[in-house]
Ligand binder design. Structure first.
Ligand code: DUC
Ligand code: ZN
Ligand code: ZN
Length: 465
C-alpha cells in the first residue's frame, strides 16, 4: 500500500506498508525511500488518503432475540455493512438470563454467528442472572472460549437486572480474574416508577422515553457501579453507551480516585437529540428510541462528550448497533414509548460519524483512530488489532478525508428500512478496506465472503494487566 499517510493513535507518518498474507510485515517512511513494489505485487495506491487500522466496534447486537423479535441485521448483513464503513472487527454478546446456563448460552450464540461473518468477531458474555454457578462458569470462559469480558445490567428489573449484591459478587470475580465488567448504568427501579407514572398520565409519545430516563439516574448508576468496583478490589469497569454530561462527571470523579473505570459513548449521543429526533412524534420518533436515551440539546451533552473524547475521559466510541425496522418492528407493539424495542442501527457509519469530530476540530485524526480502533482493541484483549504495526493483522482502511457523501437508508448496506442519521452530510469516506490482508471493500464494492471472518479468542484487558 503506497503513497498514503499512515495514522496510528500515537502519530502519523508518510509511509508505505507491505503486507504478506494476513499480516503487516513492514512500514517504510517515504523519507527512507518508501517501498518499491515488485512486478507481481498487488499495489493499493492511497495517494491523498489516510491509511488507518480497521475499526473495532466493541458493542453490537446482530440478530438479537428480544423474546418477540430479532434485531434486523444478521451476522452476515451486519458485518457486510460494518466492512463498508471501515470496521473490521465486531464484538457482540452471548446472553445468559436468570436461571439459565452461561456455558450453554455461549455455545448457542457461537453457533448462530459461525460461518456468517465477513469480518473478525468476538463475543462478550451477558450475565442476566448472577448466581454462584453463573460466576463459576463465567470464570471458565476465559480459558475455555477466550472471553475476557462480561456485561451486567443496572436497568430492566425482572429481566436482565442485577441488584447491588449481584453486581458486587460479579465485580469481585472481575477483580480476581481481570475480566472487564461492562455495565449498563441506569437506575432501573427508579426508571420503572417514572415509566409507570408517565403511562398512567397518558404521556406515551416517544419523547417520554427520554423524560422517564433522566440523566441523573444514569449518573447515579455510574457512581454506584464505580463504588462497587472499588469495594470489589478495583474491578475493571467499562460503562457502556454513556449519554450525558452528568454521567461523564461521575466517570471523571471515579477515575480521579484511581478507579479502574473506562467508558464508551456512541455516535447517536454525539449527533442526535431529544428535541430534534425523539421529538418528531409518531411514527418517526420511534426510530430514536434507544437506551440510554437521547438527551436534550439545551444542555451541553454533545459538547461535553466530544471534549471527554478529546481528553480521554471517554475511551471508546462503539455503536450499540441494534437495528429494528420502523413499521414491522419498532411500531409492531403499538404507539407507546414503553413498548417500542430499544435500539439504533449505526454499525456502518461509526467511523464517518466520529470523523465529523475531526472535521469540526473537536478531536485529532490520531484520537479518531484511538477511540474507534486502538482503545477498544486494547481494552478487550485484542493485541493483534487496532494499529498499523509490523506483525499485526493487516486490517487496514484507506480513508479519503475529502470525500463527500450523504447518509441515506436508500444507499446503506444495513438491513434496515431507515437511518437515524438520514440526510447527514459526511466529509471523509472509506475507499478500500482490508481484513487480514484480503481486500473486502473497494470503492463501494463488496469483495469479501460470508464465513471468512474468524472468531477471536480474547484475553483480559491490556489496559489493566
Ligand atoms: N442496552 C444495550 O446495550 N443495547 C441495547 C439495549 C440496551 O438497553
Ligand atoms: Zn444497555
Ligand atoms: Zn447494547
Amino acid at each position: 500500500m503506497v503513497n498514503g499517510t499512515v495514522i496510528n493513535a500515537d502519530g502519523r507518518v508518510e509511509a508505505d506498508i507491505a503486507i504478506d498474507g494476513e499480516r503487516i510485515i513492514s512500514i517504510v517512511p517515504r523519507s527512507a525511500g518508501g517501498i518499491v513494489a515488485a512486478s507481481d505485487d498487488r499495489v493499493v495506491d492511497a495517494t491523498g488518503c489516510y491509511v488507518v487500522p480497521g475499526g473495532v466496534d466493541a458493542h453490537v447486537h446482530m440478530q438479537l432475540d428480544t423474546g418477540t423479535m430479532s434485531s434486523s441485521d444478521t451476522f452476515e448483513s451486519g458485518t457486510i455493512a460494518a466492512a463498508h464503513g471501515g470496521t473490521t472487527t465486531i464484538i457482540d454478546f452471548a446472553e445468559q438470563r436468570a436461571g439459565g446456563n452461561v456455558l450453554q448460552s455461549f455455545e448457542s450464540r457461537l453457533k448462530e454467528a459461525e460461518g456468517q461473518c465477513v469480518i473478525d468477531w468476538g463475543l462478550h458474555q451477558v450475565l442476566g442472572g448472577v448466581d454462584a454457578q453463573a460466576l463459576i462458569d463465567t470464570r471458565s470462559l476465559i480459558e475455555r472460549e477466550g472471553v475476557g469480558s462480561i456485561k451486567l445490567f443496572m436497568a430492566y428489573p425482572g429481566r436482565l437486572y442485577s441488584d447491588d449484591g449481584q453486581l458486587l459478587r460479579a465485580l469481585q470475580m472481575c477483580a480476581d480474574t481481570g475480566m472487564m465488567a461492562m455495565v449498563h448504568a441506569e437506575n432501573g427501579l427508579a426508571i420503572d416508577v417514572l415509566i409507570e407514572q408517565a403511562i398512567a398520565a397518558g404521556h406515551t409519545a416517544p419523547e417520554f422515553h427520554s423524560r422517564t430516563r433522566p440523566p441523573e439516574l444514569e449518573a447515579e448508576a455510574v457512581h454506584r457501579a464505580s463504588v462497587l468496583s472499588r469495594v470489589a478490589g478495583n474491578a475493571p469497569l467499562y460503562i457502556v453507551h454513556l449519554s450525558s454530561s452528568h454521567a461523564l462527571r461521575e466517570v471523571v470523579e471515579a477515575r480521579s480516585r484511581g478507579t479502574n473505570v473506562f467508558a464508551e459513548t456512541c455516535p447517536q449521543y454525539l449527533h442526535l437529540s431529544l428535541e430534534d429526533h425523539l421529538g418528531k412524534g409518531w411514527p418517526e420518533g420511534a426510530a430514536y428510541i434507544c437506551s440510554t436515551p437521547l438527551r436534550t440539546k439545551h444542555e451541553h451533552h454533545h459538547a461535553d462528550l466530544w471534549e471527554g473524547l478529546r481528553v480521554d475521559q471517554l475511551a471508546v466510541v462503539s455503536t450499540d448497533h441494534c437495528p429494528f425496522c420502523l413499521r414491522e418492528q419498532k411500531l409492531a407493539n403499538g404507539e407507546a414509548f414503553n413498548v417500542v424495542p430499544n435500539g439504533i442501527g449505526g454499525v456502518e457509519h461509526r467511523m464517518d460519524l466520529v470523523f465529523q469530530g475531526v472535521v469540526a476540530g473537536h478531536i485529532s485524526a490520531e484520537r479518531w483512530v484511538e477511540v474507534c480502533a486502538t482503545a477498544p482493541a486494547r481494552l478487550f484483549g485484542l493485541p493483534q488489532k487496532g494499529a498499523i504495526a509490523e506483525g499485526l493483522d493487516a486490517d487496514v482502511v484507506v480513508y479519503d478525508p475529502n470525500a463527500q457523501s450523504v447518509i441515506s437508508a436508500s444507499t446503506h448496506h444495513m438491513n434496515l428500512d431507515h437511518s437515524a442519521f438520514e440526510g447527514m452530510h459526511i466529509t471523509g469516506g472509506v475507499r478500500t478496506v482490508l481484513s487480514r490482508g484480503d481486500v473486502i471493500v473497494d470503492k463501494g464494492e463488496f469483495l469479501g465472503k460470508p464465513g471468512r471472518g474468524r472468531y477471536l479468542r480474547r484475553d483480559v484487558s491490556q489496559h489493566i494487566r
